[in-house]
Design a protein around this ligand. Structure first.
Ligand SMILES: Cc1cc2nc3c(=O)[nH]c(=O)nc-3n(C[C@H](O)[C@H](O)[C@H](O)COP(=O)(O)O)c2cc1C
Length: 343
């Protein structure tokens, strides 16, 4: 199979990629999306200040950087306001975690991050971007990339300057969320701006923003000519989007099977209690819009124990005539006999 595009020398097979999402794009969810067709993995963003200290940072921050070999190519996404600290952390992580790529978050709009000059705050200071990206691309063996928004606000739509600086400084790919920092998630993503960027640079461009259906994928590609499409919120509850399947085209049985698999991965990664609690927000999205949502939502989202969660699902399936008693008991045994794992 021919690669769809390259990030410097790294071949990327496929044109759909799960967006980095804090609280969502963790190892379990990334693995599922990667299996279904997401062409590479971006970690959740990690603050470089949480990766300091004797032990190399907090357990939570280090957990965000764990990945499986099957996920490669893996990009570590980091953020911070201090350029030297970003450089030092990028260099250290290359050796420690062996990612394939280091990505700099230049898109986070959260006030306390962006107003300090980190995340989307970086795009106000092209000279800082130039120093960061040129030093990192010099000092690292692996490619350096960036994920940006199109500007600070509508009076500072400086995306063309930003992408030229990125390219001239050695960035190997640019992912663009077509909104300004001021917009947050309001309004529509500006696909025209993404098209303009794609025309202007020779490094690959990923287009991002408001892609939730298969039709959207084809529309954004036709509109912008991007090398790949990055999908965030549209993948929550519908990882099948990476196999070009819309939410409505996935049967409830498939969703239940996926929920069991996702829950098992979560329990392995976060341990029994954390694994279930962190799974709830995914459950809400998996069942959203289904006929079973009204009866399942509260019981599933308030289940305190893994056994209870699995029993509710199995009983529901049995009631629908989709699960015989043996299969139901087998599912229950699979989850109740688990060894507790400490992540
Ligand atoms: C819950 C949540 C967490 C996010 N965390 C990150 C992050 O860690 N790094 C990042 O670059 N973008 C982050 N984003 C932005 C997404 O990557 C993406 O740019 C945005 O959601 C627009 O794409 P979408 O319309 O496909 O969701 C986050 C978005 C959401 C909704």
């Amino acid at each position: 199979m021919e690669p769809t595009f390259h990030i410097r020398e790294i071949p990327i097979y496929g044109d759909l990629i799960l967006a980095p999402m804090d609280g969502y794009s963790d190892l379990p969810f990334r693995s599922l999306c990667r299996e279904l067709g997401s062409a590479m993995s971006y970690t959740e963003f990690v603050n470089v200040d949480e990766l300091r200290g004797k032990k190399g940072g907090s357990r939570k921050a280090k957990n965000k950087l764990r990945y499986t070999e099957a996920e490669r190519p893996v990009s570590y996404q980091i953020y911070g306001h201090d350029i030297d600290r970003l450089i030092e952390t990028g260099v250290r992580l290359e050796g420690q975690g062996r990612p394939d790529i280091i990505d700099i978050n230049m898109g986070c709009y959260v006030k306390k991050i962006s107003e300090r000059g980190a995340g989307a705050g970086m795009i106000r200071f092209p000279e800082r971007i130039a120093r960061l990206i040129s030093t990192l691309s010099n000092d690292l063996e692996i490619p350096v990339t960036a994920k940006i928004r199109i500007g600070w606000d509508e009076d500072m739509l400086n995306y063309m300057d930003t992408v030229r600086v990125l390219e001239d400084s050695g960035a190997s790919l640019i992912a663009v969320h077509g909104r300004t920092r001021a917009q947050g998630y309001k309004g529509l993503a500006d696909w025209d701006a993404i098209a303009e960027i794609k025309q202007a640079v020779s490094v690959p461009v990923l287009g991002n923003g408001d892609v939730t259906t298969v039709a959207d994928i084809e529309r954004v590609k036709a509109h912008t000519g991007v090398d790949g499409v990055m999908i965030g919120r549209g993948a929550i509850g519908n990882p099948w989007i990476f196999s070009r399947k819309d939410r409505e085209d996935v049967s409830f049985e498939e969703k239940v099977t996926m929920m069991r698999k996702h829950l098992a991965l979560n329990l392995d990664f976060y341990g029994e209690r954390g694994g279930l609690i962190l799974f709830r927000k995914h459950v809400a999205k998996y069942i959203q819009g289904s006929k079973s949502e009204p009866s399942l939502r509260i019981p599933l989202l308030t289940a305190e124990k893994v056994e209870d969660f699995v029993r509710i699902l199995a009983d529901h399936e049995a009631a629908m005539g989709r699960l015989d008693r043996d299969a139901r008991d087998a599912f229950l045994a699979e989850f109740t006999d688990r060894e507790p794992v400490v992540a």
